[in-house]
Design a protein around this ligand. Structure first.
Ligand SMILES: CC(C)(COP(=O)(O)OP(=O)(O)OC[C@H]1O[C@@H](n2cnc3c(N)ncnc32)[C@H](O)[C@@H]1OP(=O)(O)O)[C@@H](O)C(=O)NCCC(=O)NCCS
Length: 214
């Protein structure tokens, strides 16, 4: 069984990504349900939206379930996983569109589980990523970069080489970093920002060069 957590815009896009992957490869994670706090009982793309309570009843049957986190917010992704991680029958496959580019040579890309690669995401080489990292449409990540779990990299972002990104960092659309910097966990980088120095204090950063606003 396959389920997508969430029923808003990103859940719809993840459903589409799963459809794309199934159409172009032999990997089929077509969801049986969406799990959400809103719109319970209605349908998305013909699939029923069920509540967390209904989902946990299915989980308790012990059936093996592939779970996909259909939310963009790093903090919410982490919260969902924290609630699910002790169930041994839940799996979190990586979702990789065939048009995503990455170094498939042995040991060159180290990654955990639950990561999502949309079309035209490009990762070069010697890259390490954690779990539930989202690489959205048309983003790029340079060599020797490390990205910790739950981080979201929105469309059109470019992360240069030798960058170290903490956990639950959010990059808005079109954000860019220079090389050899670090970005503190839980930071938010605004759409279109250019990060030119390490972010050592958690906060919200916007503009070129990026400055802290919150
Ligand atoms: C950075 C961001 C998270 C801030 O959101 P927020 O905390 O709600 O902040 P506000 O909207 O209150 O804006 C605060 C100030 O920063 C400015 N600002 C907000 N985002 C900005 C951005 N990306 N670049 C430059 N300035 C920005 C606002 O104009 C406002 O300025 P003011 O105080 O002079 O009026 C948000 O604006 C953003 O860029 N989100 C990314 C959205 C995105 O790319 N989504 C991807 C979907 S796929």
């Amino acid at each position: 069984m396959n389920v997508i957590f969430g029923s808003a815009g990103f859940a719809k896009e993840l459903d589409w990504l799963i459809y794309e992957i199934a159409e172009k490869t032999n990997i089929d994670f077509t969801p049986n349900y969406f799990v959400s706090k809103s719109d319970v009982g209605s349908t998305l793309n013909g699939k029923k939206i069920i509540s967390e309570g209904e989902f946990f009843k299915i989980v308790e049957t012990g059936i093996s379930i592939n779970v996909f986190l259909g939310v963009g917010s790093p903090i919410i992704k982490e919260k969902i996983y924290e609630n699910l991680k002790h169930f041994k029958n839940l799996n979190y496959p990586n979702l990789i569109h065939p048009n995503a580019i990455m170094d498939k040579r042995e040991g060159m890309l180290k990654m955990g589980f639950g990561n999502v690669f949309f079309p035209s995401s490009v990762l070069t080489t010697y890259i390490t990523i954690g779990n539930f990292v989202l690489f959205y449409l048309d983003c790029s990540v340079g060599h020797d970069t490390e990205i910790e779990s739950f981080t979201t990299i929105s469309p059109g972002c470019h992360i240069s080489g030798n960058v170290k990104i903490g956990k639950t960092v959010y990059f808005g659309t079109g954000a860019v970093t220079v090389e050899k910097i670090e970005i503190k966990s839980n930071s938010i980088i605004g759409a279109g920002a250019t990060v030119t120095n390490s972010i050592v204090e958690q906060g919200t950063y916007v503009g070129t060069p990026a400055k802290k606003i919150k």
